[in-house]
Design a protein around this ligand. Structure first.
Ligand SMILES: [Zn+2]
Length: 271
């Protein structure tokens, strides 16, 4: 698992090579590479494959090959090892990666102090990678930690349910506040933008990518990153589901699906 998270660095490096493109396009490239990787491991139908191909055709021709080449291959190896990790659940996960007490100790130890905290409700691997790529292009240092938060149910309640053990109310902003205090940050933001989009009725991948204003999210974070270091994380990511209705985005999906990223939340520091 941890080796596979460090393999995300290669993906960040590759996507940072497209850093002069608008972040919305970089995000589409990253998303398509992961979606294609997930679909090929899942054994998708022709119709489902066609849906992602159609989306890929809207990527500028000069960069389209990335979603079949380097980016795709690295996404494939990441998704493969992540799926393996999910298939053999280790009992210790609940005591460690899924436990916020453990996570805070890890962050105190590895990160120490940051200027600001950003918690993106439902922020998933493609968004973190895209932002890391853009920040790299802008000459920031970015680090995605090999320790992630594991959310076994892929829902906010798994995080907020742990808040009372810190003497806090069960709200996600309490988690952001807790991170702020632990890492002695000055500011925190809790954003619901991504989560709200995934909850739209029948959100297709096309709707999802169009509705998600990456530039807005990036600008919000960049405002802090210009002055100080920022820790970016989430409570859970999202799942890419393929069924008879086609491809769509949700979180906390209970059956097998091409990308089960609602179970993982990365930690990235930009400085
Ligand atoms: Zn939600």
């Amino acid at each position: 698992m941890y080796n596979s998270i460090s393999s995300l660095d290669i993906i960040v490096k590759t996507i940072s090579g497209t850093g002069t493109l608008p972040i919305q396009t970089m995000h589409k490239i990253t998303f398509c590479a992961f979606a294609k990787a997930g679909l090929s491991l899942y054994g998708a139908t022709n119709q489902q494959e066609t849906e992602i191909e159609r989306l890929t055709q809207t990527i500028p021709a000069s960069h389209r090959a990335l979603t079949n080449g380097k980016l795709y291959l690295n996404a494939l190896s990441f998704v493969k090892s992540f799926n393996q990790f999910l298939k053999k659940p280790d009992e210790s996960v609940i005591l460690k990666e899924a436990n916020i007490h453990y996570i805070l100790d890890f962050l105190k130890d590895r990160v120490g102090k940051v200027g600001a905290i950003v918690v993106l409700d439902c922020g998933s691997i493609p968004e973190i990678i895209t932002m890391a790529g853009k920040f790299t292009t802008l000459n920031h240092n970015t680090a995605i930690f090999d320790q992630a938060f594991i959310n076994p149910i892929g829902a906010t309640s798994f995080v907020t349910g742990q808040m009372p053990s810190f003497g806090r109310e069960a709200f996600l902003r309490q988690y952001a506040q807790l991170l702020k205090e632990t890492l002695k940050a000055k500011f925190y933001i809790k954003s619901s933008t991504i989560d709200l989009i995934t909850h739209q009725e029948g959100v297709t991948i096309d709707n999802f990518l169009t509705s998600l204003n990456m530039q807005n999210i990036f600008d919000q974070i960049n405002h802090f990153a210009k002055q100080n270091s920022v820790l970016i994380t989430s409570d859970h990511g999202y799942d890419l589901v393929a069924d008879e209705h086609g491809l769509y985005i949700t979180h906390g999906y209970k059956k097998e699906c091409p990308l089960n990223f609602s179970k993982i939340a990365l930690f990235m520091v930009v400085d």
